[in-house]
Design a protein around this ligand. Structure first.
Ligand code: GLA
Length: 734
């Protein structure tokens, strides 16, 4: 067992060993007599059971249990009144919309004859290893819903999804297809934490009390969107970064999604999530079925930080392509902020030489290399190399980049099309549109209807050709507008709205096929920054662009929100020039340290850097390479939040516990006050750590300090001025 696991089991979570043993023996326990399932991970248990009436009811979600006999029966309740039927009290595991049920349903259908009632009862189940399928059936018709559960016992995660199947002889339309309904223990005082934002201001943290009624987090934009991220976290009202009970979940879907957090009038908090039911209509002919996305969820007794660490480790090892065997993210250079559309062979070669001297490992050419792409009004769709900018194609540049010992990456935006493009002139019908309605353009572009098979094949073909023809290690896959007029005129009218689902499926299929044909190819998901960040895309890409906002102070908050869900390894973070988009200027060292908390990149115009800028950058990149496995693969402890303190501090601990790095940033000095003490976390109290200041700002001068001292007396950093910053490295010596 890895030492992080040992640390967690021994320390923070204090899981009794009896439970650990039970977890490893059997992640799914079932009692035939009582028809109860108990799913257990090292941090959580989840239980449901079948009542005498055949309804499947949720029984428990919280810290780990080991004894299935302890659980109550899934008994029906009594009506409170003719207005408050028992169904509203019973926590059905996957309620159909039918009978007297008024809360958010998990599935809603409409039959061709107009009947819309669906009441689901247990039919059968199957356990295979860590997987469980429970099939429910409508009380009258052969309409089936199979609930899929997968337990990740070592990771503290349970995944759920569902399949709706039409076993009747007539078509029906699914109007809502959720992945799961989750129930919190009955009670009051819960708080919801969620991420909201907009372009260049993504993943802002909100925390608010849950009251009666619904709170809807969603995307109606066709992609995951900058506005909300498909994740929720609910705490018992008093959790902090390192303590308290937190329930959380993240949806793996990059299209229209919805998470509904609801407190019923009966003191029940429930969360329903899956594909967005807004404008949703998915016709199932006899024999057809619809799969919903996976909804990953967990519970932590170690606060918001504990919940994040659980999700981070799970994402790194079980979600990302290649998992544990995928490589550390290289230091990249991206030309966008330096050259925008003005890319050409000579200019990019000059930048590549400079980047390589700094220690950059991956050189990415951004927008502007193809078609007639001199600004954002033309060229999207025409994926041939611009002959004026690269007269001999991309090969000479790629060869030069490779000779400088760097991999080559290329920006693409394959889903999009400008009206001013050869592709649009040839295939105006390929865009998403409603016949005889205007086609809204955003950033002068329209969206190709990737739900169509011919368009899907065209997009796969162009990317496959690029990856075959050139030594491309990395695509930055961008998607720069939200959907509008989501029509699919070629489809049968009753199937047009399938576009919302089929588009995403085809996106996934293209990436999966590309990766299968080009096993070394890596992909960054970008959608004008963080518009397509979710566990569904992360099952297929190596990193994501968290925001087009690269201003370092703004980034601290964006990154704090991002880190609630996603690990540092996938968070592409660039150092760029100042003054930045919000006109703020921060020192270069500060910008580096902010970006070094993720997958470090440089997006500055290196032609404008002074010798001392380049020298500092070289030093910082070398420092990053020393600590990057700790940052990218380690445990994150958020010590001080930019929302709550004028000092932001984050600590990363390597998987083997041998190295830890602390980053600290001061926003603005007021009244000549000292920065607060940084109380470190997650160290071994008996161990000694060599303390290395990366500059002269550490107050403590002792060369070694014990874990106990570092956690209880803490470290002090001399951050005196505005936008001051520092990093401290700890190496365990015994
Ligand atoms: C989007 C991306 C940027 C850049 C531009 C290019 O805005 O988020 O990083 O690639 O497109 O047009």
């Amino acid at each position: 067992m890895r030492s992080t696991t040992l640390r967690i089991l021994a320390g923070r979570l204090a899981v009794p060993c009896l439970v650990c043993a039970a977890v490893h023996a059997q992640s799914i326990r079932y009692t035939e007599g009582r028809k109860i399932w108990l799913l257990t991970t090292r941090e959580s248990s989840y239980a449901m059971g079948v009542g005498p009436d055949g309804a499947l009811r949720n029984l428990y979600w919280g810290g780990p249990l080991w004894r299935v006999e302890d659980l109550p029966a899934a008994a029906p309740r009594r009506d409170i009144s003719s207005f408050d039927p028992r169904q509203m009290l019973e926590n059905e595991e996957f309620p159909g919309w039918g009978g007297p049920r008024y809360y958010e349903p998990a599935v809603k259908i409409a039959r061709e004859d107009g009947d819309r009632d669906l009441v689901l009862r247990y039919a059968s189940h199957r356990i295979q290893g860590d997987g469980l399928d429970i099939t429910l059936k409508d009380v009258n018709d052969p309409i089936e819903v199979t609930l899929h559960y997968r337990v990740y016992p070592d990771y503290g995660i349970v995944a759920r999804s569902a399949t709706v199947r039409n076993g009747t002889t007539r078509a029906f339309t699914v109007n809502s297809a959720q992945s799961a309904a989750w129930y919190l223990p009955p009670g009051d005082g819960y708080r919801l934490t969620y991420l909201s934002g907009r372009w260049a201001a993504e993943t802002q943290i909100n925390r608010e009390p849950i009251h009666e009624g619904q709170k809807v987090l969603e995307s109606r934009k066709g992609h995951t969107s900058h506005n909300f991220n498909p994740w929720f976290s609910i705490d018992a009202g008093n959790a902090g970064e390192e303590h308290g009970r937190v329930w959380f979940g993240a949806l793996a879907w990059s299209g229209n999604w919805r998470i509904t957090v609801e407190q019923t009038p009966y003191r029940q908090v429930r969360v329903t999530g899956g594909m967005n039911s807004f404008d949703f209509a998915y016709r199932l002919k006899p024999g057809e079925s619809l799969d919903t996305p996976q909804f990953f969820a967990g519970f932590s007794a170690a606060g918001f930080g504990g919940a994040s660490r659980t999700l981070h480790r799970f994402t790194r090892e079980k979600i990302l392509p290649g998992g544990l065997s995928s490589r550390l993210r290289p230091v990249l250079y991206n030309s966008w902020e330096a050259t925008t559309f003005n890319v050409n062979e000579a200019g990019q070669k000059a930048l590549a030489e400079k980047a390589s001297k700094l220690g950059v490992e991956l050189f990415v050419v951004d927008d502007g290399w193809f078609g007639k792409r001199n600004n954002d009004r033309a060229g999207l769709g025409d994926w041939f190399v611009n002959p004026q900018k690269f007269p001999q194609g991309l090969k000479p540049l790629i060869d030069a980049v490779n000779q400088l010992n760097m991999d080559f990456g290329l920006w693409v935006e394959p889903e999009m099309i400008n009206a001013d493009s050869d592709l649009y002139r040839a295939h105006p019908d390929w865009v998403i549109n409603f016949t005889s309605r205007p086609r809204s353009e955003l950033r002068n572009q329209m969206i190709l209807n990737m739900a169509r098979s011919d368009v899907k094949e065209y997009i796969f073909g162009l990317l496959d050709k690029l990856a075959t023809e050139y030594n491309i290690r990395y695509f930055k896959w961008d998607m720069n507008r939200s959907f509008s007029e989501p029509g699919w005129p070629e489809a049968d009218a009753a199937d047009e709205q399938k576009l919302w689902v089929q588009y995403v499926r085809n996106l996934y299929e293209i990436i999966d096929r590309l990766r299968a044909r080009h096993p070394k190819l890596e992909i960054e998901s970008c959608s004008g920054g963080g518009g397509r960040v979710d566990l569904g895309i992360l099952q297929r890409v190596d990193e994501v662009w968290a925001s087009d906002n690269t201003e370092a102070f703004d980034r601290l908050r964006i990154q704090e929100g991002f880190s609630q869900v996603y690990p540092a390894k996938v968070m592409s973070a660039w150092v760029t020039d100042v003054p930045n988009m919000n006109t703020r200027s921060t020192p270069l060292a500060y910008r580096f340290l902010v970006a070094m908390q993720g997958a470090l990149g440089i997006g500055a115009n290196l032609n404008r850097w002074s010798d001392s800028d380049s020298a500092l950058a070289t030093k910082m990149i070398a420092l990053y390479k020393r600590i990057r496995s700790t940052v990218q693969l380690g445990d994150l402890h958020r010590l001080l939040s930019p929302r709550e303190s004028d000092v932001t501090a984050n600590q990363y601990i390597s998987a083997d516990g041998k190295q830890s790095v602390v980053f600290a940033f001061r926003h603005s000095q007021e009244y000549n006050t000292a920065a607060p003490t940084l109380y470190l976390q997650g160290l071994e109290e008996k161990a000694l750590y060599k303390v290395e200041a990366t500059d002269n700002k550490l107050v403590e001068r002792q060369p070694q300090l014990s874990g106990a001292y570092l956690m209880r007396a803490g470290l002090n950093v001399n951050l005196r001025g505005d936008f001051d910053s520092t990093a401290v490295i700890l190496e365990r010596v015994q």
